[in-house]
Design a protein around this ligand. Structure first.
Ligand code: B12
Length: 498
């Protein structure tokens, strides 16, 4: 029997008749505060967050339009026209702090063009709810998971009810002052949480730069993370764990209803509970899904062991993305990845590759204690191990992280708050315990990519996995993009040094 999407079989209908358009903007035409290149090269990843919001809304009977603009190649004017035709009561946006200016430009565009209420949520609303609603184009916000309180919020807003009784509500009171209602404690399980509403987005168009199968989707097996990395906003966040049953049910829906053959789990540590991973594998085998569907996970090298690697391989897991972050043990300890040492990382990566997995490593440049020497150590680690793919990020201190809190304590300035309120630039980035400048770091990021990818080993790997021309084109586009940013950063370095 095909499993049902939870909640959809018996809609409660409290939102019946309400129309909500959810918009995931295309940001590349606006000046970004963050990593433009990453966004371009990652691929067309589904807007999972809005998929979950849409799932919660349709569960309770609302009509929802979900516009995945980057995947559809849709710019602001076209998106406005599409939404106008839908005549929504609300237009919803998910906000990430680093993309604030782009989101604001889109929300202002919608607010000027349409007579509708703008609704916001997302991780940013846990950081700067008050500052966000200072912008008059935004009417209503929610901090916390949509399935918990969104229906209450919209019903209260529609009926002129008491918004201050809704946990996580953010709104302007009668005198115009912004009211932020504390979020209720996060649920510990995913009970009652719908799946992302995949029927509302163009699944056939989604891919990631590393995906190999059609159709592809992204998913989440946990929300939040119990680890305590100092650069991460999820640190200490209450973990909402999904059961093995619910994860495999969702995979089966993906397989049968959407023809999906590859699922990439985006939560940072899929293997938090090893017993659950065994259950997932058993269930995938029992339903015959492991024969024809591949999946990939993100994990820490200290949250896996050889037996688990064997078990996941047998049930169709084919890629593991490890957050190894640095080749320097001092840097790892400084950012509280202290359970890991580079020796241990090397051992686990070799064991992973020996079983046939593709190995992707995430590294960062610009953490506290970073210097040219530690960056060289990271590069050496990457090229000394059987790693197939690498993603290099420059540290952008995020709000609500220990690194950012230390920067605030030292400088006395909350840069992000100023950015949200007044649009003041957040670059050059103020960094902690490193003398490296933004320009040096971005050049090192590009050099690290070049150092890793422009090697015969990678060319062999890439050619070996190209099964269709589209994959080859994506790989070449990414390589060209990296080379271009290398040349332009080399030229600007030369200009700087005269
Ligand atoms: C999958 C993912 C992506 C996907 C999909 C993004 C998406 N928005 O759907 C892709 C690859 C496209 C992506 C892109 C980016 N991401 Co991202 N992403 C994630 C990841 C791994 C999971 C997000 C998710 O699906 N969570 C599951 C849902 C259930 O939880 P949620 O996101 O909190 O959403 C719930 C509530 O917040 C609320 N809610 C959320 N939005 C809304 C909207 C409305 C209207 C309402 C009412 C409620 C509501 O209801 C949701 C459902 O319960 C998170 C890290 C993590 N583990 O959470 C990073 C994360 C959110 N991403 C991050 C970043 C930086 C980015 C990028 C800026 C990177 C870049 N420049 O390319 C872009 C920004 C795009 C954007 N505006 O979201 C940061 C955000 C940090 C910050 N404060 O800014 C995070 C936290 C990663 C990290 N540790 O740094 N991302």
């Amino acid at each position: 029997m095909t499993p049902q999407t939870p909640g959809r079989s018996q809609p409660i209908g409290r939102l019946a008749g309400l129309r909500v358009a959810l918009v995931f903007p295309t940001f590349l035409d606006v000046e970004l505060a963050s990593h433009q290149d990453n966004a371009r090269f990652l691929g067309a990843i589904p807007p999972l967050t809005l998929g979950y919001v849409a799932g919660a809304l349709t569960r309770d009977g609302a009509d929802v339009l979900l516009l995945d603009c980057p995947t559809l190649g849709m710019r602001l004017p076209e998106a406005i026209e599409r939404v106008r035709g839908f005549a929504p009561d609300y237009v919803g946006f998910t906000l990430a702090t680093v993309d604030w200016l782009s989101s604001l430009a889109w929300m202002q565009g919608f607010s000027e063009a349409l007579d509708t209420r703008i609704l916001v949520g997302g991780i940013h609303m846990e950081c700067y709810p008050k500052e966000t609603l200072q912008h008059r184009c935004i009417h209503l916000g929610l901090a916390g998971h949509a399935d918990v309180a969104l229906t209450d919020l919209l019903v209260a807003d529609q009926e002129g009810g008491d918004l201050s009784a809704v946990p996580g509500a953010v709104f302007r009171g009668p005198d115009g002052e912004v009211v932020v209602v504390p979020e209720a404690p996060r649920p510990k399980t995913d009970e009652g949480m719908p799946y992302p509403a995949r029927e509302l987005w163009p699944t056939e168009k989604h891919f990631s730069i590393v995906s190999t199968r059609h159709h592809f989707t992204a998913a989440m097996s946990n929300f939040g993370c119990p680890f305590r990395c100092e650069f991460c906003i999820l640190r200490g966040d209450a973990v909402r764990q999904r059961s093995a049953q619910s994860i495999v049910d969702e995979m089966e829906v993906c397989y049968r209803e959407f023809g999906i053959r590859e699922v990439d789990f985006f939560d940072p540590v899929f293997t938090i509970k090893r017993a659950r991973v065994y259950e997932i594998c058993d269930e995938l085998d029992r339903r015959g899904l492991s024969k024809d569907m591949i999946w990939s996970i993100r994990a820490r090298t200290d949250a896996l062991d050889p037996a688990l690697l064997d078990r996941m391989w047998d049930s169709g897991c084919r890629r593991i993305c490890y957050g190894i972050e640095s080749g320097s043990n001092r840097v790892l300890q400084r950012v509280d990845k202290r359970m890991v040492s580079t020796d241990h990382i090397s051992e686990v990566i070799r064991a992973t590759k020996a079983r046939g997995y593709e190995v992707l490593a995430f590294v960062m440049i610009g953490n506290p204690l970073e210097d040219r020497h530690t960056v060289a150590m990271t590069r050496r680690l990457l090229t000394s191990l059987p790693i197939d793919l690498v993603q290099v990020a420059s540290l952008f201190p995020l709000p609500k992280t220990p690194i950012y809190n230390e920067i605030m304590a030292k400088t006395g300035v909350d840069f992000w708050r100023e950015h949200i309120l007044h649009g003041t630039p957040v670059q050059p980035v103020v960094r902690l315990d490193t003398d490296l400048s933004d320009d040096e770091i971005s050049q090192m990021v590009t050099e690290t990519y070049m150092h890793f990818y422009f090697r015969p080993r990678f060319a062999k790997f890439a050619l070996g996995r190209m099964r269709e021309p589209a994959q080859l084109k994506r790989g070449l586009d990414a390589a060209l993009g990296i080379s271009r940013s290398f040349v332009s950063s080399a030229l600007s370095q030369r200009a700087l040094t005269g």
